[in-house]
Design a protein around this ligand. Structure first.
Ligand code: COI
Length: 386
């Protein structure tokens, strides 16, 4: 999927021209947005040479405010039509908004990458657009069309181009969000919705960097239950996961591995990603049947692994089977493909193969090779936007 640079650049510039700098605050206020950005110059937009002033060698996974965010609004019963770029900043919300009172909100996570030849690419952004639609349906929210979603993420990427890390140093993480921003006192869907996308340059998700993770199997708290919202990216899936995560970290673990809430014996996922087991030539992962997130990295790794000749199975996996595996790894947009060095369950710690000859390393190299253009993108996963 190749988008002509000139078309996108001119769309972007048109979008920015709608708001002369002197009118920015006024314009933002009209839409309920106020700006914290001091005075972002628009002149850098489209300038291929310029990078933001950043320590690109030490990116972690924390927010670095960038220049612009994108927002569009729509009322219940209507469709999202067109939004605008705004200087990145705070948003104004009624204390009575549905997202604040009843958690009516979902989000996505996706990345833009800068290639060695200067091109900017997104990875399977249409999958994020479709997943957001599924989540919106579950949460009784109107959702942007795939076209409007893609337009928003492309504009956000290009407007923040100077924040896309140099090749190999990291990525521009994008956070599209769909929020019930209208006020509603009794339990019910919001009368008004905001679709918003902001961006931040990021490096490794885990403090461990690319070192193997040590997972703690959570036997007390559940992440999701059948019929619930574990299979969508609702904001309310993440708050309850903080307590087990903080507890696991305080005990020296990198992350939590959840078990199913019915039997307490099948593995589900980690706090911010899916989980895979390798045994011989077989790679298995729990089925995405409602209680785990249908990850886009998960889906891509399943295809890559099967193309590389592994037998790939989506099926229930007991914790006891996991403890007898050769390798374990996690996947996710933020975590990419993260090797697991150990899993601790009921006081028993089991270690796994990791390192340069591991299956997870091979999958990671192939996945990243497709993204950075070193491996041919036979499936049309990469969307070149600049
Ligand atoms: C992502 O991988 O993009 C996610 O949304 C996980 C996030 C909770 C850090």
């Amino acid at each position: 999927m190749v988008i002509m640079r000139s078309t996108w650049l001119s769309n972007l510039k048109k979008s920015l021209r709608l708001r002369p700098p002197s009118k920015r605050m006024q314009y933002g206020a009209q839409y309920g947005f106020t700006s914290q950005a001091a005075s972002p110059a628009y002149s850098h937009v489209g300038n291929e040479e310029e990078y933001a002033d950043m320590d690109w060698d030490n990116l972690g996974f924390s927010l670095t405010p960038t220049d612009f965010m994108y927002a569009m609004k729509c009322t219940q019963g209507n469709n999202f039509t067109e939004g605008k770029l705004h200087p990145f900043g705070t948003i104004e919300l009624s204390p009575c908004s549905a997202v604040l009172n009843y958690g009516q909100g979902i989000f996505e996570g996706m990345k833009a990458m800068r290639r060695e030849d200067g091109r900017i690419v997104l990875f399977r952004p249409d999958e994020n657009a479709l997943r957001l639609q599924v989540g919106a349906e579950r949460m009784c929210m109107p959702s942007p069309s795939v076209h409007h979603f893609l337009n928003a993420v492309k504009l956000t990427t290009l407007a923040n181009k100077r924040w896309i890390p140099p090749p190999g140093k990291g990525t521009l993480y994008m956070r599209p969000m769909l929020l019930g921003t209208g006020s509603i006192l009794g339990v019910g869907p919001a009368p008004e919705y905001t679709f918003l996308t902001y961006a931040s340059p990021v490096g490794n998700y885990f403090q461990e960097g690319t070192t193997a993770l040590n997972l703690y199997v959570e036997a007390e708290y559940d992440r999701a239950s059948p019929g619930g919202t574990g299979g969508i990216k609702t904001i309310s899936n993440y708050g309850p996961a903080l307590k087990p995560l903080i507890r696991a970290k305080s005990r020296g673990f990198s992350d939590v591995l959840y078990l199913d809430s019915v039997h307490g014996k099948y593995i589900e996922e980690v706090s911010a990603g899916n989980v895979f087991l390798v045994k011989g030539n077989t790679i298995s992962t729990p089925p995405a049947t409602g209680t785990i997130l249908p990850g886009i990295t998960r889906k891509s790794i399943i295809e890559i692994a099967s193309d590389l000749g592994y037998q790939v199975e989506e099926r229930p996996i007991t914790i006891n089977e996991l403890l007898r595996g050769d390798e374990v790894f996690g996947t996710g947009t933020a975590v990419v493909v993260a090797p697991v060095g150990s899993v601790t369950y009921k006081g028993e710690r089991v270690e796994y193969q990791t390192g340069d000859n591991s299956v997870s390393k091979r999958l990671l190299s192939t996945y990243m090779g497709i993204q950075n253009g070193l491996i041919e993108d036979k499936k049309g996963w990469v969307m070149e936007i600049y």
